[in-house]
Every structure is written in C-alpha cells, then in structure tokens.
Design a protein around this ligand. Structure first.
Ligand SMILES: Cc1cc2nc3c(=O)[nH]c(=O)nc-3n(C[C@H](O)[C@H](O)[C@H](O)COP(=O)(O)OP(=O)(O)OC[C@H]3O[C@@H](n4cnc5c(N)ncnc54)[C@H](O)[C@@H]3O)c2cc1C
Length: 382
C-alpha cells in the first residue's frame, strides 16, 4: 500500500457501495495492489436512500469474501405492491435488509481499509486533482465528475426524498411500495427497519431539462397522499440516474460504477445491487488490466454487459410498460394470482432478473395481443 513515488495502481473516487466494493474486489483479487479510496465526506455519513438492501447484494459481497455487513439488522420478507385499490402482498423467497446507509456504507469502507485500501477525504473537482494511477474508477454518484470527464450523457433521472418515522404495528416486517399517478416511475415507499423506525419516502421521474422539477412540498404531499399518517423526520432528497436500454463504458483507464455509471433500476429505484455488481466488475477488470495487460475500459464494459446487459434491456422495457397504469394494475392482478409472477417481479426489481413470457403476458395484459407481441419481440422472446 505504501507508495514512495506517490503513485497508485488504482484510485477510486467515491466511497459509497460502488467505490468501497471496487476497492474490496480489487484487493481480493490482488492483496498487493496499491488502492486509494477518496471521498468528499468522512464516514460514517448519511446518504438519501430507501436503505433497502436486496439479498443479491450480500450474495455478491460474499463472492469476494465480504460477509456479515448486515449483522444486527432484522431480515424482512413481506412485500406489498399497490396502486389505487389494487394490491398484492407476498413473502419474498429471500429476505431484504433495511440498513441505514450511515451504517451500511461505513461498514463497507471499514472492510476496504482493513483489506489494505488507503482512505483519504478529498473533494474531486477534476481528474487533474487525482494522483498518478494505473486505473481510475468513478464511483462518485449521481453528479459524477468522472462521468462528465468522459463526456457521457446524463440520461433519465428521478428525484426522491426520504425520511424516518415510527413503524405502525400493522406495517412491521413489511416493505410497502405504492405507485402514484404522476410522471412514471412515481411511487411512495415505507420500509420497516426492524428497530421501531421505517424509512419512508416518495420519488418521481424528473421532467426534461428546462421544466421545473417537483418541489420538496410536492414530494412530501404525494407521500402523505399515498401512504398517509407517518410522522417523518430527517428528510433528505437526491437524484436517481435511471438505467436505460443500452449501457456504455468507453475504452481507457477511467471506469464508471454504480450511480456514476447511470445504473439505477427504473422500476424500483434500487441501485445498491448494481453498485456492488459493477464495483466487483471494475475491481476485477482493473487487476486483470494492470497485471495481465488489456484495456481496462474494454474489460469492464464486457464484464458489466455480460452480467447485466440483457437484464437492463428487460427492466427498461418493463419500466416503459409500467408507464401505463392499466399495465401496473394488470401486473398486480397477475402477481396476486400467480406466485411465480410475484417472484419474477421481485427478481426484476431487486436483482438481475429478466422478463419471461409469463411476466410479459401479465404486465401487458391490459393492452391486448398487439402490445404483448411487440414486447416479446423487443426483449427477444419469440
Ligand atoms: C431517495 C432514494 C431512495 C433510494 N432507495 C434505494 C433503496 O431502497 N435500495 C437501493 O438499492 N437503492 C436505492 N436508491 C439508490 C441508491 O441510493 C444508489 O443507487 C446508491 O447509493 C449508489 O451507490 P454509489 O456508491 O454508486 O453512489 P453513492 O452512494 O451516492 O456514493 C457516492 C460517493 O461519492 C462521494 N462523492 C461524490 N462526489 C464526489 C466528489 N466530487 N469527490 C469526492 N467524493 C465524491 C459521495 O460523498 C458518496 O460517498 C435510492 C436513492 C434515493 C435518492
């Protein structure tokens, strides 16, 4: 880790789940690597989030030898999805954890430092701020300086606000997602943390540039309309860069991961799984490029596309379909009738699931045969 000449093998900008996991994966692959993790904040630090950590995250972390980051937090298995009068409630086959990011992110940073990464507090405003490094990873979130440096477009975004409130007795052990009627995706959530408090919030798609974004008062009003009665505090808002049909990563020595890579599930607003999955891909691609040769950007692009490429296309199609209320209603109805559809929706929304023929029929049920055929062709289900 000591670098007498001031240079590093790997510099990671941003120490959220994407950045900390990049460092962890790189040092798992090569413990002798010189890794510098930079963040504008010291840890623990808060981050506006629903705090819902999908089981897929823990499985991915275990694959690079990181276990127990969820210790002391209660697993949750009940999920309720609702729109208007329609709802479906079921038990997820694997539990989710709701862990405040103040805790979760600090635990990952601590593990990365234990594994040999150096942590430094520094706000990066340009790549010129960075010390010499073989590979640089941009894990600096929704307003990424490194993404801007690569000249990549921002894409569709949502804006969401979260707070904490006491959990009502009838919502213990449950994650609730209730869709609203405004620009889709638009929904409120209440996720029980298991310690007497719930993470509650509301988010919706931002309008195109030039139009006014929803105000804080509007977001809080929507939350109260969809999930009334919570007495919230510690409100904090943030942008969500939603993933789209195609994901790109240029060649070269600057890699993007997590929100900086524009990776948040457009159906559910979940981004921690993608942050961890792409962090692992970037850490491993960096080691491969540094030790074996090859272009780091090309290796990372291939690794992420192999893992998530198809899934991202499927969630993009599902999110576009879900802009039609009739399809959300149809999906909820079918998920209520068919347990396998419920499980597939969970996989699509929380992990890296895909759209099966059964799910297409369920989601598109309200639109008739023509829409089903078009959707099947688009996602390659003939
Ligand atoms: C309201 C809300 C609710 C959400 N709910 C969920 C949920 O329940 N489950 C889920 O999976 N996802 C959820 N998400 C998405 C999730 O929060 C993100 O996808 C996730 O945080 C991405 O991790 P990351 O490491 O890429 O970025 P971040 O967690 O944003 O970390 C980026 C880090 O970079 C640092 N940084 C930024 N700029 C600089 C700079 N210039 N120089 C140095 N450091 C810098 C920041 O301090 C930060 O620590 C939600 C998002 C929002 C806004």
């Amino acid at each position: 880790m000591i670098t007498p000449d001031g240079s590093w093998d790997l510099v990671v900008v941003g120490a959220g789940p994407a950045g900390a996991t990049t460092a962890l994966a790189a040092l798992h692959a090569d413990p002798s690597l010189r890794v510098l993790l930079l963040d504008r904040s010291d840890f623990p630090r808060d981050k506006s989030c629903g705090d819902g950590i999908a089981p897929h995250c823990f499985a991915k972390l275990a694959s690079i030898g990181v276990t127990g980051v969820e210790d002391g937090w209660t697993p949750l298995t009940r999920l309720e999805l609702a729109r208007g009068e329609g709802s479906v409630e079921g038990t997820m086959s694997r539990p989710v954890h709701v862990i405040p990011r103040q805790v979760f992110d600090a635990r990952l940073v601590e593990r990365a430092v234990e594994r040999g990464a150096a942590f430094r507090r520094q706000r990066v405003t340009s790549v010129d701020d960075l010390p010499d490094a073989g590979v640089v990873v941009g894990a600096d979130g929704a307003h990424s300086v490194l993404r801007a440096h690569l000249g990549l477009p921002t894409g569709r975004r949502a804006l969401a606000i979260r707070g904490y409130a006491p959990t009502p007795p009838d919502r213990r052990g449950t994650q609730v997602i209730r869709y609203g009627d405004r620009r889709q995706p638009a929904y409120a959530w209440a996720f029980d943390r298991g310690d007497g408090l719930s993470n509650i919030g509301y988010g919706e798609l931002l309008p195109p540039d030039g139009e006014d974004p929803p105000s804080r008062a509007l977001l809080l009003d929507q939350l109260e309309q969809l999930l009334p009665g919570y007495d919230g505090a510690e409100w904090k808002g943030h942008h969500l860069p939603l993933s789209s049909w195609r994901w790109d990563q240029p060649d070269g020595r600057v890699l993007l991961v997590g929100d900086a890579a524009g990776l948040i599930n457009p159906m559910t607003g979940e981004g921690i799984y993608y942050a961890i999955a792409t962090g692992i891909a970037a850490g491993q691609s960096s080691v491969r490029a540094l030790r074996g040769g090859g272009d780091p950007g090309a290796l990372h692009r291939q690794a992420v596309r192999d893992q998530l490429g198809r899934h991202l296309k499927h969630t993009f199609v599902a999110s576009r379909l879900a802009e039609h209320p009739v399809i959300v209603d149809g999906g909820i109805r079918v998920a209520r009738r068919d347990r396998r559809v419920f499980d597939e929706l969970v996989e699509l929304g929380l992990g890296d699931g895909r759209i099966s023929g059964r799910l297409v029929r369920g989601l598109a049920g309200g639109l008739g045969r023509k829409a089903v055929t078009a959707t099947r062709a688009r996602v390659g289900l003939t």
